[in-house]
Design a protein around this ligand. Sequence first.
Ligand code: GLY
Length: 569
Amino acid sequence: MKYKVICGLLMKLLLFSTLLSGAQITDPFNYLGQKKVTVNKGAVVSAHPLASNAGVRILKQGGNAIDAAIVTQLALAVVYPGAGNIGGGGFMVAHLKNGRNITIDYRETAPAKAGRDMYLDKNGNPQLNLSQDGHLACGVPGTVAGLFASMKYAKLPFKKLIQPAIELAEKGFAITASQADDLNELKNEFIQLNTSPPAFVKKTPWKAGDTLIQKDLANTLKRIRDLGAKGFYEGRTANLIVAEMTKGKGIISYQDLKNYKPVERKAIEFDYKSFHIISMPLPSSGGIILQQVLKMIEKRNIGAMKFQSAESVQLLTEAERRAYADRAKYLGDADFVKVPVKVLVSDAYLEARMKDYTAGRAGNSETIKEGIVKESEETTHISIIDAEGNAVAITTTLNGSYGSRTVVSGAGFILNNEMDDFSVKPGVPNMYGAVGSGANAIAPGKRMLSSMTPTIVLKNNHPYLVVGTPGGTTIPTSVIQSLVNMIDYNMKPEDAVNKPKFHHQWLPDEIFTEKDFDAATARRLQEMGYKITIRGEIGRTELIEIKAGKAKPITAIADKRGNDGAEGY
Ligand code: GLY
């Protein structure tokens, strides 16, 4: 009895001191996400409140934004298995406190046995089930190599950074209602596309609040903790991956795993009005599309047009049409094909691209093709700022929701279906309806073209916005709209993220809108000659605004569209 009272008192004291220090207590079985936090020091926004919370806890323990990025990605691999991953890949864009801008490319690569026509049958017809489902759809994963490449900029030991993910995998966490729905919906695919039933399959239907325990994943994470990147690319984990490939007719080999290398690349950087934008270069198309579209609209003063009026939507749509036509023709892994990036983003070229733009009249993708150059959306984004002024934007992906739906038996993690981001045949749309050309054809070791657009905006040389989103080919257009909403329309950050979004990607020649897009604007656009198609939600944008000279300068916003959570202190 005495013992219980003392314990009770101790618990109260602990709670009181925790409240005084401002720390959140997060119980993985009972948690609530916050959509907006306004704070002084640092913030993390991601697709899952438990992952954001793990990131902020490491900031409070003296970690910087890169430490938080590593913790958050690893936690997402456990609590957000639909897109968080160690079996996929991603991109990190960072602005460091010393003023340096860096990017790390840990995009998946095509295995050595991959070939240009590997998804065509003997008559040359594409077999998209093979590029999208199961073992043959998987690219060589890059995430774990990317985490270790980013350790160069971190402060804390990796063992500390991986611990929250190990605990969440080992002890479990309560799944959300939408996760329960996803797992129930995908049950048959998880059974068909796996050689033994993964942790995501259970006899009775999942419901919100059920505990998901991932013991095999916990053991894989422990091997990575103890052996570093070799704990994934070599030894037992590599054995399990290769055994899984052999059982399911996949082609990833020991050599593919051992050869995987992340790459630091020079960021895409440009000015838009008085802001400096930093984003991801190839093999992402995101930074190039961002630069092309913003530069095509810059002199046309979109801010003077009413927000989402037919006039402003048309201007963005026509710029997007032209940028995505260029994407389809020219963009691919620049380590393998020559891409005329300098020309594509030059003022003269972009000016010429908009010469045939006519306000009030729809363009047409049959006549507006790429310019003449002489030379499931399930992905997930993390935005982070720390108290030292380091800003990190990371977008990471398995490609489709739950990737290939193939879990490495005994290792507990899902493999990507990123091979579908290659152009399996010129002109054949992938799962996002995007078409490509030889520039994005499959070749051994090549990285498939991405749309991921992790982006940082500087104002007077200091981080002002950290932003990004999932959404396949809609990623660049979502990021563009968030930036235009903030910069040209002076919106509050929650409005910039949550207002309805629209999208045009050259082919199909349609403007896709969310359900709450203004009906009168849609009618006016139809009168101009546009085809309007209402679709599901576009993106799940995570945005941080950092305002100079305010008592609480940091506002972190998690998109209303998901269970995403913002945390800060
Ligand atoms: N898998 C989505 C992307 O990289 O764009």
